[in-house]
Design a protein around this ligand. Structure first.
Ligand code: NAD
Ligand code: USQ
Length: 382
């Protein structure tokens, strides 16, 4: 298949582009490089040194003979996007290209507006581009599990059957997101659902949980193919952050009570889920939703797991329950359905001590790059 990976220079997008290319798909990448610019804005860095996108794809070609074409540009610029769609005529458009940090979206008005403008406009442009130029193209859009929030009932995959005053319907599952970033994903979902209904577009919304790890078989082939890894208080996510903190002697930063429970998955499963979605496209007019995660953990449990493995590796690790910079429940029910991707063939890589140890061994090699001042959270929701 011809597949565009938008956001293909990022943490999820780069390993996905390599994986799809290795599996024989004809891949091209769109990326505006804005994440690399945001690293400078935040005086932050990827824990791992990352080569330029040009160097990355050149190395991939040298090692495998496979070409990945690059289009540097912004989805918000419709003329640019139209040119790429005309040239590529993709069968699938994998859309990772958004501002994805909840804390970044909560810094101030400007960052909230940037996040929602970038994400919502970019996705609207992709919808119009598909409608005008490639109506058979399957949109595979990265949503987030956090669109649902933490309701006191089981979370279904996109839709719930409701009986109300004697009548029944299957309706979108209620959304109660917890940041302006998570809200941007909800707005996207609504726009995509509407476009599917009125124009017959085919789309899959992947409500992904928190991704951990950094390596896939492909990114490990050569240091130039190394994936980015965020650890700072703005872009770093739970688990990856805890593992990195443990190697530099920083207390593990559990926010509040630590009972916040979320869905998680290994980066190796992210790339496979995209392949599954691409190879089993939604029908025309269908707005299909998959919950893309493999296991649920509370952040407190994750900190305990990391502490245990790090201690076995000779590190002295403490856990600190910091004042929570976010507004969120810290002790709540959480259970989400996640059978659809497994039914289509996903075989999850589950989290155990060996997986934590493997990530820890990789991050140890780069721990001298950690900027300690960036570890503690500085952005607050209030
Ligand atoms: P990332 O920041 O590492 O990568 C995003 C990439 O998109 C960057 O390379 C950036 O330069 C590019 N980009 C952003 N806006 C763009 C635009 N308007 N035009 C072109 N390129 C643009 O993020 P990630 O962790 O790889 O996340 C990818 C997607 O997956 C996001 O949509 C995110 O919401 C979703 N997601 C991520 C996680 C996670 O744990 N990382 C979990 C659930 C969902
Ligand atoms: N948390 C801590 N300590 C930390 C970091 C986070 O306790 O050092 C807590 C947070 O308060 C929150 C939970 O861990 O309760 C998750 O936070 P996170 O920063 O790991 O993840 P989140 O902000 O939800 O965002 C990440 C990605 C985002 C994606 C989302 C999936 O950055 O792109 O959409 O995970 S989900 O959470 O399922 O919506």
């Amino acid at each position: 298949m011809k597949i565009i990976v938008a956001g293909g220079d990022g943490f999820c997008g780069w390993p996905t582009a390599l994986y799809l290319s290795k599996r024989g798909h004809d891949v091209s990448i769109i990326d505006s490089m804005v994440r690399r610019k945001i690293d400078s804005e935040l005086h932050s860095n990827s824990l791992t040194p990352i080569a330029s996108l040009e160097e990355r794809v050149a190395k991939w070609k040298e090692l495998t003979g496979k070409e990945i074409r690059i289009y540097e540009g912004d989805l918000v610029h419709y003329d640019f996007l139209k040119e790429v769609l005309k040239r590529e005529e993709p069968d699938a458009f994998v859309h990772f290209a958004e501002q994805r940090s909840a804390p970044y979206s909560m810094i101030d008005r400007e960052h909230a507006v940037y996040t929602q403008t970038n994400n919502v406009t970019g996705t609207l442009n992709v919808l119009f581009g598909i409608k005008e130029l490639v109506p058979d193209c399957h949109l595979i859009k990265l949503g987030t599990l956090g669109e649902y929030g933490t309701p006191n009932i089981q979370i279904e995959e996109g839709y719930i059957e409701i009986e109300h005053k004697g009548r029944k319907d299957v309706l979108p599952f209620p959304k109660q997101p917890g940041s302006f970033y998570h809200l941007s994903k909800v707005h996207d979902s609504h726009n995509i659902m509407f476009a599917c209904k009125i124009w017959g577009i085919r789309a899959t919304d992947l409500n992904q949980g928190i991704v951990y790890g950094l390596d896939t078989e492909e990114t490990r082939l050569d240091p130039v193919l190394t994936n980015r890894l965020d650890y700072d208080g703005v872009y770093g996510t739970a688990l990856n952050r805890f593992i990195i903190q443990s190697t530099v002697g920083h207390d593990l930063t559990v926010y509040g009570k630590g009972g916040q429970t979320r869905g998680f998955l290994h980066i190796k499963d992210t790339v496979r889920c995209i392949e599954i979605a691409a190879e089993n496209p939604a029908d025309h007019g269908e707005f299909r939703v998959f919950n893309q995660f493999t296991e649920e953990f509370s952040v407190g449990d994750l900190a305990n797991k990391v502490q245990n493995v790090a201690q076995q590796e000779g590190y002295q690790v403490n856990i600190s329950n910091l004042e929570n910079p976010r507004v969120e429940l810290e002790d709540h029910f959480f259970h989400a359905e996640n059978t659809k991707l497994k039914d289509l063939g996903l075989e999850p890589h589950l989290l155990d001590d060996e997986v934590i140890r493997e990530i820890l061994k990789t991050v140890e090699n780069h721990k001298d790059r950690v900027i300690e001042a960036n570890i503690l959270p500085k952005v607050t929701w209030k």
